[in-house]
Ligand binder design. Structure first.
Ligand code: UDX
Length: 434
């Protein structure tokens, strides 16, 4: 199948490369010329496990190519996938549709033959109707269907998730469009459920899923706080809860709050849609507030550790919003760092992948280090804010020697607390009474 994927970000690029690997001819289209030139020159623009190999293979054999030209890519395509950003409106927090609308208008001029336009970006309910109207108005004779094809890829696991989906949701109102999607997902038909629903249901499934997962994380975070006061251990509690198949074992890991480009944005957008439609979505509103409060509490706990020192230095491990990605958007780690900076704390940071993105945000407000041990050297306390696997390999005895005082705020439960205590550390872990 000939496919154009519009948008080459964390969703568009892995999707385009994955579809090429399945045997399709894919053009990844972006209006950002710099990005496209980089991709054309063989440089992957984001860090994503497994992407580099697939990218090199499928660019070398010509299955995926890159372009900034709608005129070059759209007329040939059977399927156009919209994977452009839907950033939050700074005032209402509603998802901003300007990139979707601009792309819809531009592509409409170049449609030729029957084309399915699939919206993969996370968009407010009824955006499918709006995109359909734009295309019809711009090019009344175009033969097309607009469908909703929400994305459930996790950053850091995008390639894994692309080839191993839990489910594929298709919001389509026309049989002709469904046939195109049946052909596209033929390789997955025995692997997972492919659920065909209305466009509005599909658009809602994406928001309802992300809001539910965000709520689940905040629930376990609140239980972790409770465990700290009750003598229970959150890992035992989560394991016991997760054995109930109605609850499920996943997404019950306590942390410093949820972040990333999806959960914060999608919970806010869903809350806005609730308000706009006059529906009480107070569970989601409470989840948002609870997540905001958590990051402040996390920062306060670290500040308490060093309250006896003037201008203390904290070694921070991790600025990405989670391990496995270089993405710092809405990262709890960055928000905790910013709160600490406002309290005259010096920060020495190390992150295995997110240093360039962090520098772009924090500039010279903190010290950047080349390794975890370099960051820890001479610091008054250590805070682990991102769950990178390599932090688990760090040697506690060496850390003790490098810190001025043996104290750790371990917000990703990286270290063996018993061992840390035996070595004389004061360790603030999550959900464990120490
Ligand atoms: C999420 C959804 O999982 C994915 O389906 C959707 O397509 C995009 O949004 P992603 O943003 O990549 O994916 O991150 P995810 O792995 O879901 O984690 C989100 C945040 O929750 C991170 O900050 C992570 O550290 C935190 N988290 C996740 C927890 O604190 N505990 C958990 O148990 C799981």
């Amino acid at each position: 199948m000939k496919i154009t994927v519009i948008g080459t970000g964390y969703v568009g690029l892995p999707t385009g490369v994955g579809l090429a690997e399945l045997g399709n001819d894919v053009i990844c289209l972006d209006i950002d010329e710099k990005k496209i030139n980089q991709l054309k020159s063989g440089k992957v623009t984001i860090f994503e496990e497994g992407l580099e190999d697939l990218f090199q293979k499928n660019t070398a054999n010509g299955k995926v190519t890159f372009s900034t030209s709608f005129a070059e890519s759209i007329p040939e395509s059977d399927l156009v996938i919209l994977a452009v950003g839907t950033p939050p409106n700074p005032i209402t927090k509603e998802a901003d549709m300007k990139y979707i609308k601009a792309a819809a208008e531009e592509l409409a001029h170049h449609l030729s033959g029957y084309t399915v336009i699939a919206i993969k970006s996370t968009v407010p309910v009824n955006t499918g109707n709006a995109v359909e109207d734009i295309i019809r108005r711009t090019n009344p004779s175009a033969d097309f269907d607009v469908i909703s094809l929400p994305e459930f890829l996790r950053e850091g696991f995008a390639i894994h998730d692309f080839f191993n989906p839990d489910r594929i949701i298709v919001g389509a109102n026309s049989e002709r469009a469904k046939d195109v999607i049946r052909t596209l997902y033929e390789p997955f038909k025995d692997k997972c459920t492919i659920l065909y629903v209305s466009r509005q249901s599909s658009e809602t499934i994406k928001y309802a899923s992300n809001a539910f997962l965000a709520m689940k994380i905040q629930y376990i975070n609140e239980m972790a706080d409770f465990c700290e006061t009750s003598g229970a251990d959150i890992y035992e509690v989560a394991k016991g809860m997760g054995l109930d198949s109605r609850i499920g074992a996943k997404f019950l890991v306590p942390g410093p709050g949820y972040g990333g480009f999806c959960f914060p944005k999608d919970t806010n957008a869903m809350a806005y849609m609730g308000k706009f439609n006059g529906v009480d979505l107070s569970l989601i509103e409470t989840t948002i507030k609870s997540n905001e409060r958590r990051k402040i509490n996390m920062a306060k706990r670290i500040l308490d550790m060093v309250s006896d020192k003037k201008n203390p230095t904290i070694a921070v491990l991790g600025s990405a919003f989670k391990g496995g990605t270089d993405d710092c958007r809405e990262s709890p780690a960055l928000q905790i760092i910013e709160i600490m900076l406002a309290h005259d704390v010096n920060i020495r940071l190390y992150d295995p992948q997110a240093m360039p993105n962090t520098k772009a945000i924090l500039g010279n407000m903190i010290t950047y280090c080349n390794s975890a041990y370099e960051a820890i050297g001479g610091a008054d306390a250590l805070a682990v804010l991102t769950d990178w696997a390599e932090f688990k390999e760090l040697d506690l005895e060496k850390i003790k020697m490098l810190l001025t005082k043996p104290q750790i705020a371990d917000y990703r439960n990286t270290f063996d607390c018993k061992k840390a205590k035996e070595l004389g550390f004061e360790i603030k872990s999550l959900g464990r009474k120490l």
